[in-house]
Design a protein around this ligand. Structure first.
Ligand code: NAP
Length: 495
């Protein structure tokens, strides 16, 4: 049990997305002193920034909620982006954390003071504040990756990344080009195919699609969820959902085992039975193993892509011209709007903020080879610096909310060392982290993510940047930090 007495420590939380809101709620409940710094004018993180048509969380809605804040009002098995944004906004009000959030406050620097065991936080405005503990909740997929295609800036119509949606761009009745067939691109196809005059979907790599059920919740369902939260628990903790999470993470590790065979069989059968023989089917046939890239979870993609307005273009793009996209074979696709569903730079995290830890060690230098963190949460050389959804955490088709909650439990136990006066600051030892990273890299190379495809999961050396062990291993690791792996600095002698 943790001591519920406020510690007097000063906490800075960077980011007011899902993970930052989680941290704020937890700190608020303990009566701790904290400030959340948010670069934008609203909370929500990924759910604020992404507003593309079809934006849906492909994790079942009742599993994509905080364990302590079930939500009876979801509209469907899978929630839309706007309702998830409303859920988080509701929590900010309900838990009274709004006053602690500073908006339009971009953190540009964090500097460790060895003597004081404090972080000096600098904002873009130049303002500085001193904190004892920093919680980095800055998200992963928030730096758009624009394709390096010649002439992109010469397109006559609107051309924009999916995370910078342009509401004025013609879609209905228009000729629309869409580059990219990740989870985002596929969702957009299913949302706009019936509105457009023509949708040219430029697909560099086809995707494996995991079929999932879909249904809306009726008013009666929602009333029942409200009256009896056990009905919500029955969904989010069900064997159907948690069993799938466990099977999926086992499959990722044991790529020739029965769980992966099941994943592959389901995807292959879905592919074979959902599409008629012909050119489109061959364009959509992947040549790598299912789950190597993040699986597309969809109840309708194969059906929607067959809509006559959709043309899947698998040729090589030569360049963008003012009128449209010119293919290497000379074909010109004339377009009114060009959407770039080309993903994100997944190696940025809190950067471009400059972070300097012990002995002048910068985050850029520490991450020169690849972003890494001890059990995805802490960094040697960066005491009292804790990451939520940081590098090497679990990725896949499950709830990052659950991951962040478990990481919070780990962080809170480390902070307890400071609360109890056993240390003024904590960081993993260099040796313990090197051992973790060596084991992680070896295991990650053997996962399905490293089985031969391109994806944002891979770092510059082709190593999957993810947790390579099972869900239960992750839950275990987060339930109790191994204190022998930590250096404790500035401990006080008990009176
Ligand atoms: P992504 O998975 O990284 O996909 C980017 C797409 O753009 C890929 O198809 C890629 O092709 C293509 N591409 C990149 N550069 C290109 C170029 N120069 N020319 C042609 N094609 C190019 O990005 P995303 O779809 O935005 O998804 C990112 C992640 O966000 C997802 O994996 C998921 O974790 C998360 N997400 C989740 C949901 C959800 O429902 N929970 C929804 C959307 C996104 P290649 O494959 O050939 O590289």
């Amino acid at each position: 049990m943790t001591d519920p007495t406020p510690s007097g420590l000063r906490f800075a939380v960077v980011g007011a997305g899902m993970a930052g809101i989680l941290a704020a709620i937890k700190l608020q409940e303990r009566g701790e002193r904290y400030t959340v710094f948010e670069k934008a004018g609203r909370i929500g993180g990924t759910w604020r920034e992404n507003r593309y048509p079809g934006l849906t969380c492909d994790v079942p809605a009742h599993a994509y909620t905080f364990s302590f804040a079930p939500y009876p009002d979801w509209s469907a098995l899978y929630a839309t982006g706007p309702e998830i944004q409303r859920y988080f906004e509701g929590l900010v009000d309900r838990y009274g954390i709004g006053p602690a959030i500073r908006f339009n406050a971009e953190v540009t620097g964090l500097d460790w003071d060895e003597t004081g065991h404090t972080w000096t936080l600098t904002l873009a405005s130049g303002e500085r504040q001193v904190f004892d503990v920093v919680i980095v909740a800055s998200g992963v997929l928030h730096h758009p990756r624009l394709p390096e295609i010649e002439g992109l800036d010469r397109f006559a119509g609107p051309a924009f990344h999916t995370a910078r949606w342009n509401d004025d761009a013609p879609i209905a009745g228009a000729r629309v080009g869409l580059i990219g067939s990740g989870s985002t691109g596929i969702q957009i196809v299913t949302a706009i195919n019936k509105q457009v005059d023509r949708l040219v979907h430029f697909q560099r790599s086809p995707q494996w699609v995991m079929p999932v059920p879909y249904h809306t919740y009726s008013d009666e369902d929602r009333a029942a969820f409200r009256a009896d939260p056990a009905l919500i628990d029955a969904i989010r903790f069900s064997d159907e959902y948690m069993g799938n999470v466990r099977r999926f993470t086992r499959a990722i590790m044991d790529i020739d085992g029965p769980d992966m065979k099941q994943v592959e069989d389901i995807c292959r059968e879905h592919f074979e039975t959902s599409l008629p023989e012909g050119e489109l089917k061959e364009k959509l046939r992947p040549n790598y193993r299912a789950a190597c890239k993040r699986l597309i979870y969809s109840w309708c993609y194969y059906q929607e892509v067959q809509h006559p307005a959709v043309h899947v273009e698998t040729g090589r793009i030569a360049r963008v011209e003012p009128q449209g996209v010119r293919m290497a074979d000379g074909t010109l696709h004339e377009l009114d709007t060009l959407i770039l569903a080309t993903g994100f730079r997944a190696d940025r995290f809190i950067r471009p903020a400059g972070v300097t830890g012990q002995g002048g060690l910068t985050l850029d230098r520490f991450w020169a080879r690849r972003p890494t963190a001890h059990y995805a949460v802490t960094l040697p050389g960066f005491p009292n610096f804790f990451m939520l959804n940081g590098p090497t955490g679990p990725v896949g088709n499950f709830s990052l909310i659950d991951i962040a909650e478990r990481q919070w439990d780990y962080i809170d136990q480390l902070v307890d060392l400071i609360r109890r006066g056993e240390a003024r600051s904590v960081a993993p030892s260099v040796a313990a982290h090197a051992d973790y990273e060596e084991r992680r890299i070896a295991a990650a190379r053997r996962t399905i993510f490293g089985s031969g495809c391109t994806s944002w999961y891979l770092d510059d050396e082709g190593v999957p940047a993810s947790w390579p062990w099972s869900y239960d291993d992750f839950a275990d690791a987060m339930s109790r930090p191994r204190l022998e792996e930590y250096d404790l600095f500035g401990g006080q002698v008990p009176a």
